[in-house]
Structures are given as structure tokens and as C-alpha cells.
Design a protein around this ligand. Structure first.
Ligand code: FDA
Length: 583
């Protein structure tokens, strides 16, 4: 007989998706068990760029300070360099992740948080530690084997890899956050578009203090164009910071149609020296691994009581730095819905909106990341190196950009355009922040989003049309400064209004009581809980002062009322009941 343990939610995987899901569930007081196959968290740095939306989630969870303490700070992330090697010729720089002054304004206006860099080896322990401290039962060296589901729950078969013992976890729901080769997703037969292993990459981690070459152009990414740079991989050779400026990760491509290369210490050292352009450098190689680049996304994310999140549903190259960010955001979308259903506050149909809302995000980011990776070709074409037949020929062609000749001038002009295009990888603010949901958990108000004034991939545009992310503004009083998102905690719905809309307060109280769902009201105005410090909110809210926004726990706007209706209570009740699937 096998032991049976019970919980509400089993989370398979302790990567960004799984550990974030466990932390969110525990923060909401939902019993959960997180199992993970290995002895500890990620053993290689892997994902690192942590964007504003993920940082907002950490802020919401009260762990932003812990993440910042371990992260490379914002002002060091962005002078991204393209070069022939770290010590070699510089082809150009692009300010990335919102560090160019004009873009910095866009980023700062859009969120209380800025993009930072925290390698997965530092981030995962923070998420796991906080999840466990808040209630998650974390089981390392524990492998998911299979599951069966019935009307009331899921039986998850797991293996304790230390003792060899198998046991069953009986749960109400299962989250498969078990990565790009997800067994959970395969077991429930999620539908996918695209292909796996379209290009090969190797990671080499090493220690070498190269501050003298990078400290004056601080960035977490240095892209290297050398012979072999356009074979496989992620667009070009990459020297990436783990710790400034003495711990690094190189990503170098290989031809996936050939036998996998053997990357021993000698081979790794040679690649490091080549990309750094330092033939005699003393290098300490700390690890190597091979991985496949994918272009695949699930078109449906759920089967009954089983949900998949993270790389299990979106698999793509690291371009745009979307992998771990999107994985964390999946969990943010799912956890409050599970909690609402488990507490009987919402109809189980609410859970279907996870797939409706997140599957389009998965498709968008997989396509964007792969497009960005391919767009490196423009840089190679601009330099004319795609046709180079020998190494000397490649050097000569790169050298040609200096010449006072028509060819030289053409190259310089082509480089301007090729560099400009990389904004779609490194300053794609719209992709990072512009997620908009359409589902039964969003109640339309008859309006549509305004036509974007600027490129929607590059620029985020604030809106309060239902489905949008709550716009950011600073509010507070003479003693504190809060972000709009701080007014709407993850454990409740929030009605936001102005002084003329005070009546919403009574309405929300009644509706909350009647539906048994936590709803709070925040009245923004002088002398109230918070005031509109810079008078920015008045311009962003896009409703009358007596109108209201109904904000979901995940800070997306569920519904809005342009002004105070005759029966605010009825209007709010109707909207909230629809969001929760209770009509
Ligand atoms: P993730 O793969 O992180 O985690 C899966 C979890 O499931 C692990 O904890 C594992 O132990 C567990 N698991 C798997 N099978 C299990 C089973 N049967 N039973 C129990 N547990 C099981 N992204 C980026 O933005 N920049 C980068 O540089 C890189 N580099 C990179 C390198 C390599 C080698 C890989 C594989 C991936 C990257 N990525 C990346 C992608 C990035 O790491 C990825 O998007 C996130 O880790 C996804 O997080 P998940 O939590 O979804 O899966």
C-alpha cells in the first residue's frame, strides 16, 4: 500500500513558474505541495533579465527588496555592446532595458519597478525560501510520475528519489510547471504549435575579472560577431554577466544537425578566450551544458483539474528575456483564480479563463523571441559577413565599415538600421508590459482600446479599458508614497474611485458581504486614504471622478464604470458576479 497525503494544490517544478505559483498560493493561505526532481533549485544561471512586470509581482509579494539585494542593479544592465570580441573592435552599442534617457521615461512612467538582472540561481532560492516560509511543503528529489483525475480531485503519483518509495498526493488541482520537456503537459495531451530543437546552444560559465574591458560600458550582455557566430545559437555569440564583472556565462551556438559537440575544459577555455579576444587569459571554467532552442507554444493550457505554466506552455530562445518573466506572470494569473474557486467564491469556470488569457501571451512571446533571434542576421548582412568565406575575409569585411569609400558608407548606413531593429529585442516595452486580457473574467464596457499611437511592440500604452493592466501613478500623502498597484493587494478585489464616487464604498461593502468575496474600496483624493500626489492619476484613469475601476487581484481591470450610475450596488454586483462566473 502506498501512503496518501492530501493537499489543495500540487505544483510540479521549482523553477520560476513553480516556485512563484507555490509562493503565491501560500501567500493566499492555500495549502500546497511543491515537488521537484532534483536536490536543489536551478544549477545553472539560465534566465536573468527580470522585467518590470515580474518585479511588480515581487513587490506585490513583499519580496522586492530581497530580489534587489541579489540583483545587478538597473543602472548597470543596459549599455549592450556589439563587438568582434570583448577586447576587440566595437561595432556599436545600444542602450537596453529602458536605460536610454527617453525610454527610461517611458519605463519609469509605466511602473514603480525597473528592469534588473538576477540569474535564476539567485532568484529561485528566494522564491522557494519565501514559499516554504509561508506554508508550502517543498519536496526536493521528488519526481512526478503520473496522475489520474476524477470529478473531485487529482491523484498524483510521485517518487521519492532518495528512498525509491512511491506515494500518492491527493489534491484538488495540479499545476505542471515542469519546464520545456513537461511530462505533465504530455500526460494531459496539451495541443501545441511549432517545433522544438530548431537550433543548438551551449552554455559555458566561467570566472575571470574583466572589469577593465566592461566597467566603462556596463551591461549584462555583450554580443560577439566572429566566425561561427551565426551558426545555431541565439543570433550571435553572447558574453553575459552573472556577477559584475568577474563571473560570466557564454552562450555559443552549434549546428543541431551535427553530433552534439564535446565541450571539455580545453574546448570551453578556447571558446572563452576567442569571445573575450584574450588568447592568454587565465580562466576558471565552472560549468558547461548544451540546450536546444525552441519555437513552440501551447494553444490550450488546461485539462480539467490540471494546468500547465511556464516553459511547459511556451518554449523559445532567451531573446527579449521573456522566459522566466512570463513564467512568473502565468502563476500570477492562475493562483488567485484557484484560491477563489477553492474557497467557493468563484465558479470553477473561472479557471478556464487562465487558458483564454494566457495562451495568446504564450504565442506572442514565442514569436517575438524567435523573430528577435533571427533579426541578428540583419547585423551580419549589414557588415557583409554572411558571404565571408574565410576568417581573414570576415575580418576584412568588418574592417570595411571604416573605409572612406561608397562601400564603407553603405555599411555604416546599414549598421544604423540593423542596430535600430534590435530595439525590438532590447526595448520592447509593449511586449513586456502591454498584456491585455479578453475572457469571461473581464466585463467589457462597450469601449475598445485606443488605436496605438506608437509601435505596440516597442511602446506600452496605459489604458483602463477592461482587460488592461492597472496604470501606474504615484499616490500617497505627506508621509508616504505608494504605487497605484500597492492599493490593490493580491488577496482581494479593489474598487478605485474619487471623492465624488464615495458612494461606491457602501456599494462595495454590500456586494462583498453578499457574494462572500473580499472587495475593498480606495477613494483617491485630498484628505482620503491616498491623494493623487502629482495629479497624474486624474489624467490616466479615463473615467469621471465618480466612476469606478474594479481591479482584479492580478492588477488587471475587470470592469469599469465611466461615472456613478443610479444603482452602483447593482452594477458592481452584476460585474463581479460575471467575473467570478456566478451568473
Ligand atoms: P524550469 O525549466 O525552470 O523548471 C522546471 C522545473 O521542473 C525544475 O524545477 C525541475 O526540477 C522540475 N521538473 C521537471 N520534470 C520534473 C518531474 N518529472 N518531476 C518533478 N519535477 C520536475 N531564459 C532566459 O531568459 N535567458 C537565458 O539565458 C536562458 N538560458 C537558458 C539556458 C538553459 C540551459 C535552459 C534549459 C533554459 C534557459 N532559459 C533562459 C529559459 C528559462 O530558464 C526558462 O524560461 C525558465 O526557467 C522557465 O521556468 P519554468 O519554471 O517554466 O521551468
Amino acid at each position: 500500500t502506498t501512503a496518501i497525503v492530501e493537499t489543495d494544490v500540487v505544483v510540479v517544478g521549482s523553477g520560476p513558474a513553480g516556485s512563484a505559483a507555490a509562493l503565491l498560493l501560500s501567500s493566499l493561505g492555500i495549502p500546497n505541495i511543491m515537488i521537484t526532481k532534483y536536490r536543489w533549485t536551478a544549477n545553472t544561471p539560465r534566465a536573468h533579465i527580470t522585467n518590470q512586470r515580474a518585479m511588480e509581482i515581487f513587490r506585490d509579494l513583499g519580496i522586492e527588496d530581497q530580489v534587489l539585494a541579489d540583483a545587478t542593479p538597473h543602472h548597470l544592465v543596459g549599455d549592450t555592446v556589439f563587438c568582434t570580441s570583448i577586447a576587440g573592435e566595437e561595432i556599436g552599442r545600444i542602450r537596453t532595458w529602458g536605460t536610454r534617457p527617453d525610454r527610461e521615461a517611458d519605463y519609469q512612467l509605466a511602473s514603480p519597478c525597473l528592469t534588473v538582472d538576477i540569474p535564476q540561481t539567485y532568484l529561485e532560492p528566494i522564491l522557494v525560501r519565501n514559499a516554504t516560509a509561508r506554508g508550502t511543503q517543498s519536496r526536493f528529489s521528488t519526481e512526478y510520475l503520473s496522475h489520474t483525475q476524477d470529478d473531485a480531485g487529482v491523484d498524483v503519483q510521485v517518487l521519492d528519489r532518495l528512498t525509491g518509495a512511491e506515494y500518492t498526493i491527493r489534491a484538488k488541482y495540479l499545476i505542471g510547471a515542469d519546464g520545456a520537456r513537461s511530462k505533465v503537459a504530455a500526460d494531459v495531451g496539451l495541443p501545441y504549435e511549432g517545433a522544438m530543437d530548431i537550433a543548438g546552444s551551449m552554455n559555458i560559465t566561467f570566472k575571470a575579472d574583466i572589469a577593465a574591458y566592461v566597467g566603462h560600458r556596463p551591461s549584462v550582455l555583450y554580443w560577439v560577431i566572429q566566425p561561427g557566430s551565426d551558426v545555431g545559437g541565439i543570433g550571435a555569440g553572447l558574453v553575459r554577466v552573472i556577477r559584475p564583472w568577474n563571473e560570466w556565462l557564454i552562450v555559443w551556438g552549434y549546428d543541431i544537425n551535427e553530433a552534439p559537440p564535446v565541450v571539455d575544459d580545453a574546448a570551453a577555455t578556447q571558446i572563452v578566450r576567442n569571445l573575450l579576444g584574450m588568447p592568454d587569459l587565465e580562466v576558471e571554467i565552472t560549468g558547461t551544458s548544451l540546450w536546444g532552442n525552441n519555437e513552440m507554444y501551447a494553444t490550450h493550457l488546461q485539462s480539467g483539474r490540471v494546468f500547465c505554466a511556464g516553459d511547459a506552455i511556451h518554449r523559445h530562445p532567451p531573446s527579449n528575456g521573456l522566459g522566466s518573466n512570463t513564467s512568473i506572470q502565468d502563476a500570477y494569473n492562475l493562483a488567485w483564480k484557484l484560491a477563489a474557486v477553492l474557497r467557493g467564491q468563484a465558479d470553477p469556470s473561472l479557471l478556464e479563463t487562465y487558458s483564454t488569457e494566457r495562451a495568446p501571451v504564450a504565442e506572442r512571446i514565442v514569436k517575438r523571441a524567435n523573430k528577435s533571434s533571427r533579426e541578428f542576421v540583419d547585423l551580419f548582412v549589414a557588415l557583409g559577413v554572411t558571404e565571408a568565406e574565410t576568417e581573414e575575409d570576415m575580418v576584412r569585411r568588418i574592417e570595411e565599415r571604416k573605409a572612406n569609400t561608397p562601400e564603407g558608407a553603405a555599411k555604416r548606413a546599414a549598421l544604423v538600421a540593423a542596430m535600430e531593429l534590435k530595439n525590438y529585442e532590447f526595448n520592447a516595452h509593449g511586449v513586456e508590459l502591454g498584456q491585455f486580457y479578453e475572457s469571461t473574467a473581464i466585463v467589457p464596457d462597450g469601449t475598445t482600446r485606443p488605436e496605438p499611437a506608437r509601435d505596440p511592440d516597442l511602446y506600452y500604452e496605459a489604458s483602463t479599458v477592461p482587460g488592461s493592466r492597472l496604470p501606474h501613478a504615484w499616490v500617497g500623502d505627506n508621509t508616504r508614497r505608494l504605487a497605484m498597484m500597492d492599493l490593490a493587494p493580491y488577496d482581494r478585489f479593489t474598487v478605485i474611485t474619487g471623492i465624488a464616487g464615495e458612494q461606491w464604498e457602501v456599494a462595495a461593502e454590500k456586494v462583498a458581504h453578499e457574494l462572500g468575496v473580499p472587495v475593498q474600496t480606495v477613494v483617491i483624493g485630498p484628505g482620503r486614504e491616498v491623494t493623487d500626489l502629482y495629479y497624474d492619476w486624474a489624467k490616466l484613469r479615463d473615467i469621471e471622478e465618480d466612476g469606478a475601476l474594479l481591479v482584479r487581484p492580478d492588477k488587471h481591470i475587470a470592469w469599469r464604470s465611466a461615472a456613478l450610475p443610479a444603482d452602483p450596488e447593482g452594477a458592481l454586483r452584476d460585474a463581479l458576479a460575471r467575473v467570478l462566473g456566478r451568473v
